[in-house]
Design a protein around this ligand. Sequence first.
Ligand code: C5P
Length: 298
Amino acid sequence: MLVEHAFAKINLTLDVMGRRPDGYHEVDMVMQTIDLADVLTLEEDPAGAITLEANASSVPLDERNLAHVAARVFRANSGVNRGVRILIDKQIPVAAGLAGGSADAAAVLRGLNRLWGTGKTTDELAAWGAAIGSDVPFCVRRGCAVARGRGERLEPVNHRMHAWVVLVRPPVFVSTGDVYGALRAEEYSRRPRSPEMVRALAAGDFEAVRAGVHNVLAPVTFRLYPEVARLAERVRHVAGVPVHMSGSGPTLFCLLPTRGSAQRVYHALRGFMREVYLCRFLPSALAPPRGGRPSVEP
Ligand code: C5P
């Protein structure tokens, strides 16, 4: 039996450069792991089956769950035909733009590699992950990276920036496919913002990082779900700092330079939002999880 943490991500930048012949969109984005994590426990199943259990009713427990897909992909690619029982302690909001499902899939790939002693490299696992979802390769690696292609081509970014993140999860479930589908050609980016963001991160310039956060999908999600746009405006007013959206949304976030300023924003937002999380950047894949406590009491 072993435990793997599945960390969430936020997008610091997300530019869409155009539509690809395969129907996906060509993206250029800076992704950052944060210390909000699902906890997966993997146990050998002597009967040879792949089974899932979770503490949340919002995720399917059958073969549609990306953790289940990942176990099947791992078996098919490694040739190891053993069974596994996967328990998911779900902490990352579902369908929220935080790559929760992709993080679980990545944790299963890493976990089975350890459980079954297959000795695959991170590169191999990341390549297998691309078949599961566009964000899975990043979730296999973690840390910070520029992601291109449909999100699977990664260029690691090494930085030592410490920033606090207050997440607000509006009570809306967003389909990534719907958001990309509603993006108009005139909304495509002319040039990616990632080079500027990478420079700001490398320089450890918090103000430049916060000023450089950008997501071309935000206006699309706000158009499809006007209540998210209204909420973003309210969060900005209450927090008194810029408000951004992660991935295809609807999760909104504020970046703060210190624990104290982040705690003030966290408590102010808890006054009117049910799901607020206080987290921080996780620059190294090896750092242990901390923080990321939901405001909802268990
Ligand atoms: O890869 P994933 O299954 O996470 O993507 C979900 C949906 O989001 C895709 O079916 C596609 O409609 C859209 N998408 C896209 N371009 C990307 C990533 C996702 O159009 N780079």
